[in-house]
Design a protein around this ligand. Structure first.
Ligand code: OFO
Length: 162
């Protein structure tokens, strides 16, 4: 049984993972309309992953006798300044999500909810991977320069850490 505090934090995380999915979907749409189909594919795949993360939390809350709530989502931005800025935004968002996961973990430790402490480790590992793949893409953009974006668009699906 989840305490009310952990249940609320997990429901907050459901909203944040769902928003992540919508954010990457919005980014995918923008990239696709700018002719960057490879980057769009990467973002579409990322959006799917985030939805899966949302569902993981959703099912966990109900499994532990809480009530998972379908939240309202704020609308993600429609336009992005450019590809480097977009990936900076991805990394910034992933850092925000990592901090948010850590808050759930810290609350679970404080509550002596060791089942949640154990369960959420998967997300702790996942966030390491998500931050690292966003950082790797940013590094490649810096290496290649703005004109190398064509090659990034061509090769980006090779940089999916799964
Ligand atoms: Fe759900 O890992 Fe990214 O946000």
């Amino acid at each position: 049984m989840l305490t009310k505090k952990i249940e609320d934090l997990c429901n907050r995380q459901i909203e944040r993972e769902g928003y992540s999915s919508n954010l990457y979907l919005a980014m995918a749409s923008w990239a696709e309309t700018k002719g960057m189909s490879g980057i769009a594919e990467w973002l579409y795949a990322q959006a799917e992953e985030e939805r899966a993360h949302m569902l993981k939390f959703f099912r966990y809350v109900n499994e532990r006798n809480g009530t998972a709530i379908v939240p309202e989502f704020k609308k993600p931005p429609v336009k992005y300044k450019g590809i480097p800025e977009l990936f900076d935004e991805v990394l910034k968002h992933e850092k925000f999500i990592s901090a948010s996961i850590n808050e759930v973990l810290e609350a679970a430790i404080a509550d002596k909810d060791y089942a949640t402490v154990n369960w959420i480790q998967w997300f702790v590992d996942e966030q390491v991977e998500e931050e690292s793949s966003a950082q790797m893409i940013i590094d490649k953009i810096k290496l290649a320069g703005e004109h190398g974006i064509y090659f990034l668009d061509r090769d980006i699906m090779n940089f999916r850490g799964e």
